[in-house]
Ligand binder design. Sequence first.
Ligand SMILES: Cc1cc2nc3c(=O)[nH]c(=O)nc-3n(C[C@H](O)[C@H](O)[C@H](O)COP(=O)(O)OP(=O)(O)OC[C@H]3O[C@@H](n4cnc5c(N)ncnc54)[C@H](O)[C@@H]3O)c2cc1C
Length: 307
Amino acid sequence: MKVNIIGGGISGLAAGCFLQMNGFETHIFEKHSIPGGLCTSWKKGEYTFDSCAHWILGSDEGSSFYKIWAELLDMKKINFHNHDIRVEVGTKDHANKYGEKNFKLYTNLTRLEEYMIDLAPEDEKAIKDFIKPMRIMQKFDLPPILDDLPFIPSMIRGIKMTRYAEFLYWFLKIKNYTNYTYAKKFKNPFLRESFELLYDGEEVNMMILSMPLSVFDKKSAGYPIGGSMEFAKKIEHTYLSLGGTMHYKTPVKKIITENGVAKGLLVRILMHWMENLLIRICLIFVILKSLKYFIRLCNSHSELEKT
Ligand SMILES: Cc1cc2nc3c(=O)[nH]c(=O)nc-3n(C[C@H](O)[C@H](O)[C@H](O)COP(=O)(O)OP(=O)(O)OC[C@H]3O[C@@H](n4cnc5c(N)ncnc54)[C@H](O)[C@@H]3O)c2cc1C
């Protein structure tokens, strides 16, 4: 069975790899001349400018995401750097008790808690309430990998998974706050201003702050040394070694459909007829998570065709 994939970003490359591993013949059509899509970086002199992978979930061996990445690249060959400080914010109006006008968002939660309490002992409760959900989230390895299991072990796993209700509870609780509404919990004006400025003054959901911090503390979301482009090229290398074909500088102009069914691709001025399936570019996390199920589905479909 042949599959045409539009887009050589991480999703397209990952889709290509998993399909090749499972016996499909794939072609990736990419309008750019390089792989990676948004996952890119470039060099200027001795500097690497990175526009993407500032943190790769699953950089620590043993986590679920590590296992998924390890199917696509040799994770042992990638060095990850774990930053001590996630972001340092310069305040405009208020200084801390040491006269400094910068707030450090440490990635180590214990250090962060101590630092914040030292700056604002009057806000101890609000600070501890900020740290607590992250400590709870850390207990859960996400995404839970649901391998095929016989009936009884699968039932036992299902029962154990009810403990994810605790994660859901805290997720929904934090989701109600933004950095602005959380800032209002602090009496200390320096902390309040710092929280409001964490995202260049933008108001964002607290999950965007808390979720990454919970994994940074575990050293489970490092920066891949070499940069995003090197990271993407490694997945491209896996794809090519699995026998996949890349078509660079090949924008897909149109998907040809017949009666609502995708039948072919209009590539530049040429028509490239599809064989069986077409995958459009889609979100990285969704594709990584859903591909196994998709491939399983296709395999069972082709098994049916054989019989
Ligand atoms: C500033 C920034 C920072 C980020 N930081 C992180 C981070 O720290 N950690 C993290 O995990 N994620 C991060 N992300 C998110 C991550 O980059 C994306 O989720 C991921 O790269 C998306 O990959 P994709 O393959 O789904 O899409 P894309 O990367 O958008 O790939 C789509 C590809 O399809 C090609 N294409 C589109 N249309 C056509 C067409 N008609 N014909 C042929 N080719 C076509 C494009 O050229 C592109 O190469 C960041 C994103 C941004 C923008």
